[in-house]
Design a protein around this ligand. Structure first.
Ligand code: HEM
Length: 458
């Protein structure tokens, strides 16, 4: 459903109603005036775990944090993370490859599989260590992986608001303070889990700080060490442990499911379009085989992948963009509240008004994207289409656009390349495809493809 005339719609959070801007020009005006809005408090988990991270802070504090984190997201540093992305992709997809030696074909939960890669990658890039040894302990004494608990607390907190209207109203009125007023049993239980998550993260930071205090020649290329270098060597007193922990959790939250979803959706569409799948595979083989002895040693091909190779993979890049267009993990932004009266186009907003921008609406504009419902990655290689950048903004726009977009695209490419080299990707026609909006937009059930061991002569 797309109509040129539709510029806005309405949405509600609890008892409050807000404007959704749909028109690209209006969306642009909202995001170029980022300082006129603040992000609405998320759920209890979000506010407790990372409301002081880059994702939510504002004004001077946002500028300071963004400037600092931008150093770790610059192209040179991301280039240095490529070996991590490759290693994690080959370990997690490699387990499936091992299983295929016996079974030949396996049904795959495609988004969850990609999320395993992106979750482990954030841990390794931020903390410089695997997530597999990091556990949280619950009140009954049982242990869970920190990586699993991080996802579970955010989902549980989201469901609490979805299923308990009173809690939702209380939260809409009081925001992050709602936990202090007549907390319910379920809120208190969740709060204990959130405290345990932060305690474990703090332990990681303290342990690493002690290691570096003993030997300052050991600073490595990861986010935590960059923070600690800034506090220990440059004596930057503004950075606190709380800021470090909240930014780890913020990046985990912002970067794991989004990137996993983009890549899982791409692999799902490739299962439906075997010709495009084969063309993408050929593109990879062409770029990589010039450096290797043959096309047959798949590990040698994958290991030879460099950052420069990624720049040559035009079709792979376009497949990810087409995935973002059809099922954008973030179809809108976090709802905003106007902090002052402001005019957006002809719309006069008052201080306190709720606002959102729905990018996805323009991704289906037939004037910009011919046959918008169809998966057609070649449209991105055709210069005539989508010239107006404000019609395609899966990473948002303006000063508060996604700081991790290159990071996410490179991770996504690594996963696609490993999967295409090693597997034939077939559709699971028995599973009905349903899309839902949860913490992100994606498939309800994602056992949507089969991986089949590739006959390497193809
Ligand atoms: C396909 C993958 C991704 C998509 C579609 C995506 C999308 C977005 C969007 C739409 C926003 C704006 C949110 C808002 O303003 O309310 C955003 C912001 C952000 N993203 Fe991403 N993102 C992705 C990957 C990542 C990755 C991999 C990371 C980090 C590892 C990351 C970290 C962030 C952060 C920290 C912000 C807040 C920036 C700020 O406010 O200055 N994202 N992202």
């Amino acid at each position: 459903m797309y109509s040129k005339k539709l510029q806005t719609a309405l949405f509600s959070i609890g008892t409050k109603v807000g404007f959704i801007f749909l028109d690209p020009e209006l969306i642009k005006q909202v995001h170029q005036n980022a300082d006129a809005f603040k992000k609405n408090d998320g759920s209890l988990a979000i506010t407790y775990l990372f409301s002081n991270s880059l994702l939510f802070v504002k004004g001077k504090e946002w500028q300071r944090q963004r400037q600092f984190l931008a150093k770790s997201f610059n192209f040179q540093d991301i280039k240095n993370y490529l070996p991590i992305f490759k290693d994690v992709s080959s370990k997690i997809f490699g387990l499936i490859r091992n299983n295929l030696e016996i079974s030949g074909t396996q049904e795959i939960e495609i988004v969850k599989t990609c999320e395993k890669v992106t979750s482990e990658a954030v841990f390794r890039v931020f903390f410089g260590q695997t997530s597999q040894n990091l556990m949280v302990t619950s009140k009954d004494g049982s242990s869970t992986l920190l990586a699993h608990e991080l996802v579970a607390v955010v989902v549980d907190s989201f469901h609490m608001l979805l299923h308990d209207k009173l809690l939702l109203i209380k939260f809409t009125m009081l925001g992050k303070n709602s936990i202090n007023i007549l907390p319910t049993q379920s809120e208190l239980k969740l709060l204990n889990r959130l405290k345990e998550v932060k305690r474990v993260c703090l332990e990681i930071v303290e342990k690493r700080r002690n290691e570096l205090l003993k030997d300052q020649s050991q600073f490595k290329n990861n986010f935590l060490d960059q923070y600690l270098k800034e506090t220990l060597i440059n004596q930057n007193k503004l950075i606190t442990d709380e800021e470090i922990i909240e930014n780890f959790i913020g990046l985990f939250f912002a970067g794991t499911d989004t990137t996993g979803n983009m890549t899982g959706v791409a692999l799902y569409y490739l299962s439906l379009y075997p010709e495009i799948q084969q063309k993408a595979r050929e593109e990879i083989q062409k770029v990589l085989s010039s450096k290797c002895n043959s096309n047959e040693n798949l590990d040698e091909l994958f290991n030879s992948l460099t950052f420069e190779d990624l720049q040559q993979l035009d079709l792979i890049n376009s497949i990810l963009k087409e995935s973002l267009r059809l099922i954008p993990p973030a179809p809108s932004v976090f709802p905003r509240i106007a902090e002052r009266d402001i005019k957006i186009g002809d719309f006069q907003l008052k201080k306190g008004d709720f606002v959102n921008t729905y990018f996805i609406y323009n991704f289906y504009n037939p004037d910009q994207f011919s046959n918008p419902e169809v998966f057609d990655p070649y449209r991105w290689m055709n210069q005539n289409e989508s010239q107006n950048v404000f019609n395609f903004t899966p990473f948002s726009l303006g000063p508060r656009n996604c700081i991790g977009q290159h990071f996410g695209m490179i991770e996504g490419k690594c996963m696609l390349i490993y999967a295409l080299l090693n597997f034939d990707i077939l559709p699971n026609k028995n599973q009905e495809v349903k899309k839902i909006m949860g913490t992100i937009y994606g498939f309800e059930k994602d056992n949507l493809v089969y991986f089949k061991k590739r006959n390497i002569n193809n």
